[in-house]
Write a protein that binds this ligand. Structure first.
Ligand SMILES: Nc1nc2c(ncn2[C@@H]2O[C@H](COP(=O)(O)OP(=O)(O)OP(=O)(O)O)[C@@H](O)[C@H]2O)c(=O)[nH]1
Ligand SMILES: [Mg+2]
Length: 296
């Protein structure tokens, strides 16, 4: 069979996680309109007739400002080592800048097949897509430039076909019925964080992490979960809770609905809000981010 690893890299918010979810056909990685949504490398596994493509979703590339973003950039560094192909994603309506070119040139000089994916083509006129392709056509050593819409799925099948073509003959690296390397516990934490990102105003979500402290499958079939939403400031805590608990209730209801789909069972989700001042600057906490932060 054809099998291998592919890193998906690009600036924040260009649609890397959406693309991986579409290619995998499952919600592997959370998505929001706020940049820097993905914080960690997450594998999405596409299993098909005669192939297995393991896609690494990476945090958007940016200049680190604190220990958290340093951790995020390290995870990009680890995700681009020893892979069989690269996908570099740009958004069609965004200018290609020096950061993009640095990565593109680095990938070209590695000699490993590079696909440049122009995403969000549903947002622009066809002429704009043509212009974007033209602006890249002089680059030597790019396997293909593929315009897609990760949102509508347009051309994603073509991208998958091209990817499979460049992968070596090998074995399945993961169970052919699994679609990610992450645990249910991790995904639960991410779902809660996604709802917080989507429901809260601009400033607060960046300072939030979620720790799933208890995950219990009860005898009656119900799944009972305790999770902490950790924020950076006391003032943020009351915003996350909301007036009369309205905000935390909204986050909890939306997250519970998604978690029920994920685990295929009724879920009892108990959310707590905690404060850990400036946790993003604390390298030791960042290492645990998103999993179990016991010592808060
Ligand atoms: N119109 C349109 N929107 C898209 C498309 N793909 C992604 N989006 C939107 O773009 C926003 C960012 O998508 P993500 O998938 O979270 O982007 P990302 O590159 O993973 O972002 P980071 O994790 O922050 O680096 C979300 O609001 C998506 O719904 C697309 O093809 N078309
Ligand atoms: Mg992402």
């Amino acid at each position: 069979m054809k099998s291998g690893f592919v890193s998906v890299v690009g600036k924040p918010n260009v649609g890397k996680s959406t693309l991986i979810n579409t290619l995998v056909g499952e919600k592997v990685s959370i998505v929001s309109w706020k940049p820097q949504t993905t914080r960690d490398k997450i594998l999405g596994i596409v299993n098909g007739e005669g192939y297995q493509v393991v896609l690494a979703d990476c945090p958007g590339v940016h200049t680190p400002k604190n220990a958290l973003s340093e951790y995020m950039m390290k995870s990009v560094g680890s995700a681009v080592e020893g892979v069989d192909a690269y996908i570099y994603v740009i958004a069609c309506s965004k200018k290609i800048d020096d950061v993009d070119m640095q990565y593109i040139n680095k990938f070209i000089s590695s000699g490993i097949p590079l696909f440049i994916v122009i995403n969000k083509c549903d947002e622009v006129k066809p002429e704009a897509i043509g212009q974007k392709i033209d602006s890249l056509k002089d680059l030597k050593g790019v396997k293909a430039i593929i315009p897609v819409s990760a949102l509508t799925g347009k051309n994603c099948d073509l991208l998958l076909k091209e990817l499979v073509n460049v992968l070596p003959e090998g074995v399945a690296y993961y169970d052919t019925d699994s679609y990610t390397d992450k645990t249910v516990r991790f995904m639960v934490g991410e779902i809660v964080r996604e709802k917080a990102l989507r429901l809260l105003g601009d400033e607060i979500p960046y300072g939030i992490c979620v720790a799933v402290n208890r995950y219990e499958e009860r005898d009656d079939g119900l799944v009972s979960i305790d999770a902490d939403i950790v924020c950076e400031k006391q003032a943020h805590k009351s915003i996350v809770i909301g007036k009369g608990g309205a905000m935390i209730k909204k986050i909890s209801t939306m997250a519970r609905q998604d978690i029920e789909k994920l685990v295929n069972a009724k879920v009892y989700l108990n959310l707590f809000v905690k404060v850990k001042e400036n946790w993003r600057d604390s390298a030791s906490l960042v290492g645990l981010m998103g999993y179990n932060i016991k010592d808060l």
